[in-house]
Design a protein around this ligand. Structure first.
Ligand code: FAD
Ligand code: FES
Length: 426
């Protein structure tokens, strides 16, 4: 046998082996996709098997009471070693059973905060996610103390969060609006809960609701936190993993301290990102629930879309003005309508400013903030009424139906965009 023949034989053998490996790999992928397809085809059966029935029956947007209801702070619990996160257990003063809510929703509080210097009381509205499963006895919220920003000299620390930590004690009465919000867990598919920092609160509610319903649903919880100083409910979550085979916990520390042990205190270093999700999640039609700081939201949500997760499977909540994620398809979506609306002007009469509408802004509230106009806001979801503003002329259209009816001649800026040229009393 000459060299040419030997080379040909070696080449043929290698080529056959490569082809066999490729065929096996293709076959395995095909099996996975076939499994995925079957699950999607049989979604109804699958939902019935995995969905917690008790949660499916709750109506999402109907508010369970109107206005503010008095709640007593039954218990106040410090949750972290740094003492910056505190849970408040609230029971209704009227002692009537509490209505159910959709895990992921929030409560709206009206606080009367006294300015010690000016000796006046100021009403503040703030929203806090419910951090436990629905219960007829109590609500729980978990609040992080917000410090003054380090880059703005003399700026005060967050008013409401510090008020809760310093001035709200067990036995105190708080004015609370009914659970609301459009970020909530629905009974479909396995779920991937992604909560970073205080963004873990709605995930705890969803997790506890799922566990309580004893559904077999697969739950993946990704919890991003700086280190053990701010790691809340560590023992509880570890116990849940030990007793629930369907729960997979991934704790990610961004700045582990020397005594923090990888594999014991946390599982990964860095931040929750798409690489971590791709490496750990299986090939399944997960529903993703995401809540966290601006940096994470602005990368993770688009990365999930790029990974091929349909928009309908990505649910996210933002806690503040700086945390808004631009929608892939701004409203309105057609190019013609976009050109038309970008020619509209918005006049903020009290501020004496006029701007051309920016059609990529998600709402008039976001547009006002981008232009430095101060507007009160709470929920940013059309539920609390804080951003209600008088329309002096023109019309708005709602991008999401509000939970409350705005007063005649006003609109809720957080869920509306201009329909015509607009003058707002702001
Ligand atoms: C739907 C929803 C759910 C939420 N859930 C939770 C939750 O579960 N837990 C939680 O802790 N939070 C949650 N939040 C956030 C919460 O509502 C508040 O936004 C947060 O507590 C901060 O409010 P604050 O009054 O303490 O801060 P604010 O007084 O509103 O101040 C915000 C920031 O601005 C700075 N600041 C204030 N005045 C100035 C100034 N003059 N110049 C420069 N900077 C200034 C403050 O220092 C602070 O850093 C949620 C928000 C929403 C919308
Ligand atoms: S901010 Fe709550 S309704 Fe607009």
């Amino acid at each position: 046998m000459n060299t040419q023949e030997l080379t040909f034989i070696i080449f043929t053998v290698v080529a056959v082996q490569v082809a066999i490996f490729a065929l096996i790999a293709f076959y395995r992928h095909w099996l996975s996709y076939d499994e995925l397809k079957k699950r999607l085809d049989n979604l109804t059966d699958y939902q019935e098997e995995y969905a917690p029935h008790s949660l499916l029956s709750v109506s999402p947007t109907k508010l369970s009471w109107t206005g503010f209801r008095d709640f007593r702070v039954q218990r106040k619990v410090v949750e972290d070693q740094n003492k910056t996160i505190c849970s408040f257990f609230l029971t209704p003063v009227d002692r009537n059973p509490l209505p159910s809510f959709k895990p992921g929703q929030f409560l709206t509080f009206q606080l009367n905060i006294k300015d010690e210097v000016k000796q006046i009381s100021e009403k503040l509205v703030r929203c806090y996610s419910l951090s436990d499963k629905p219960s007829s006895d109590y609500f729980r919220v978990t609040i992080k103390r917000v410090p003054a920003p380090s880059n703005v000299p003399n700026a005060p620390p967050g008013f409401a969060s510090n008020y809760f930590h310093d001035k709200v004690h067990e036995g105190d009465i708080l004015a609370v609006k009914a659970p609301a919000g459009h970020f909530y867990f629905e009974g479909k598919y396995p779920i991937a809960l992604i909560g970073s920092g205080i963004g873990i609160t709605p995930m705890l509610s969803i997790l506890n609701a799922c566990i309580h319903s004893e559904s077999k649903r697969e739950i993946w919880l990704y919890y991003g936190v700086r280190n053990s100083d701010e790691h809340i409910m560590k023992d509880y979550l570890e116990d849940m993993v030990k007793t629930h085979q369907n729960l997979h916990l991934h704790v990610v520390y961004s700045q582990p301290k020397k005594p923090d042990i990888k594999g014991t205190d946390y599982h990964h270093s860095g931040h929750i990102d798409i690489t971590l999700l791709r490496l750990t999640l299986l090939l399944k039609p997960y529903q993703f629930y995401v809540c966290g700081p601006k940096r994470m939201m602005e990368t993770l949500v688009p990365n999930l879309r790029d990974w091929g997760v349909p928009d309908s499977n990505i649910h996210y909540e933002t806690f503040g003005p700086a945390s808004l994620v631009k929608q892939e398809k701004p409203h309105p979506s057609s190019l013609e309508a976009e050109t038309r609306t970008s020619e509209l002007t918005v006049v903020f009469s009290q501020s004496g400013k006029t701007y051309q509408w920016n059609s990529s802004a998600a709402s008039l509230l976001e547009f006002a903030e981008e232009n430095g106009i101060q507007i009160d806001s709470g929920c940013r979801a059309g539920s609390c009424g804080s951003c209600q503003t008088t329309i002096k002329s023109g019309e708005v259209e709602y991008v999401q139906s509000p939970d409350i009816e705005p007063e005649q001649g006003t609109c809720l800026l957080c869920v509306s965009v201009p329909k015509t040229h607009l003058t707002l009393s702001a």
